[in-house]
Design a protein around this ligand. Sequence first.
Ligand SMILES: [Zn+2]
Length: 133
Amino acid sequence: MRKTYAGSCHCGAVRFECDLDFAAGTSRCNCSVCAKGRFWKAIVQADAFRLKQGADALVDYTFGSRSIHHLFCRNCGIKPFGRGRLDEIGDFVAINVACLDDATPEELAQAPVRFQDGRNGAWDSPPAEIRHL
Ligand SMILES: [Zn+2]
């Protein structure tokens, strides 16, 4: 069921809302930036995301093709979301589900997780090893 969740970085400078359905799935990726940040995400369309506060606190980190914007709080260093555009889904926001303040432990525990082999550019398939992600 699609619900509206409130999220924030650690210090609270950055606050957002998003509409998402955990049953639609979450994902973890082994690419260089997701692996180091232990990023657990839920992808939503850009119009299902609302930045409520803290645009001025966000630092935009990009690398490689610079097509994905990895946004983190300049004060506390937490990455509450990233955003970008892909041909398949258009403008999207990758929500850090660990930053959702009102998602219950049960909702998080029951959310399906899809593993992605981003390290090899194969986001549609899982890597050979997923236990470390
Ligand atoms: Zn912060």
